[in-house]
Write a protein that binds this ligand. Structure first.
Ligand code: C5P
Length: 217
């Protein structure tokens, strides 16, 4: 018997992570934020003073992570920074890096930890590449100005001083790189249900997603 899998993809700052986490909690499913895997590799290189565009080093780091990954590695708060996000998007264009992360993600979906009865994964290619047979696929987007404004407020509330324009520019750069790369570009699966969260509250997004899921599962 295969367990239910919910695949959530979408643009940076669209609210897909918040939705995925809340859904997993409500349904008692395990949650994997696949962006953290890419962030971990990108940020490890930055922290070591290396260039995230150095493909040989990025592949080496990805292969080490594949063998040694412990869930606590992904808890480091520095991974949530925009710096780590941009570095992640640089290593995420590399086919070998993506390949080395596939098994971990698929295994998480098929045999979620702690005997969870299903899995929610979020990222850019979950519905298209990682779990093309997912039971439910959602694609979350919002106007870029609104996403940048939300992110800017979040950073300010954490006392991180950065301008709105800088946040917007980083987001634009990241979306552009994610959507235009050759391998596993960010795009909705053909059978994904599209959500535009520009005018929706977090609760509205969650309720709408839950009603879709209840109809299907
Ligand atoms: O989702 P998050 O913003 O944390 O992802 C950081 C970066 O990691 C993305 O901008 C993207 O380049 C990369 N990523 C990816 N595929 C995924 C998840 C994240 O390419 N499944």
């Amino acid at each position: 018997m295969t367990l239910p899998v919910i695949a959530i993809d979408g643009t940076a700052g669209s609210g897909k992570g918040t939705l995925a986490k809340s859904l997993a909690k409500k349904l008692g499913f395990a949650y994997l934020d696949s962006g953290k895997l890419y962030r971990y590799i990108g940020f490890s290189l930055l922290r070591a003073g290396k260039d995230p565009e150095n493909e040989a080093l990025a592949i080496e780091t990805a292969q080490k992570l594949k063998v040694n990954l412990k869930p606590e590695d992904l808890q480091d708060p520095s991974l949530s920074s925009d710096e780590a996000g941009l570095a992640a998007s640089k290593i995420a264009i590399m086919a070998e890096v993506r390949k080395s992360l596939l098994d971990y993600q698929r295994q998480f979906a098929q045999t979620p930890p702690e005997n969870a009865t299903g899995a929610v994964l979020d990222g850019r290619d979950i519905g298209t590449i990682v779990c093309p047979n997912a039971d439910i696929k959602l694609y979350i987007d919002a106007d870029i100005e609104i996403r940048a404004e939300r992110r800017h407020k979040e950073l300010q509330s954490n006392d991180i001083s950065v301008t709105y324009d800088a946040v917007l520019a980083d987001m634009r750069e990241r979306d552009q790189r994610d959507a235009s790369r050759k391998v596993a570009p960010m795009k909705p699966a053909i059978d994904a249900i599209m959500f535009d969260t520009s005018k929706m509250s977090i609760d509205e997004v969650l309720e709408t997603a839950l009603s879709v899921i209840r109809k299907t599962l």
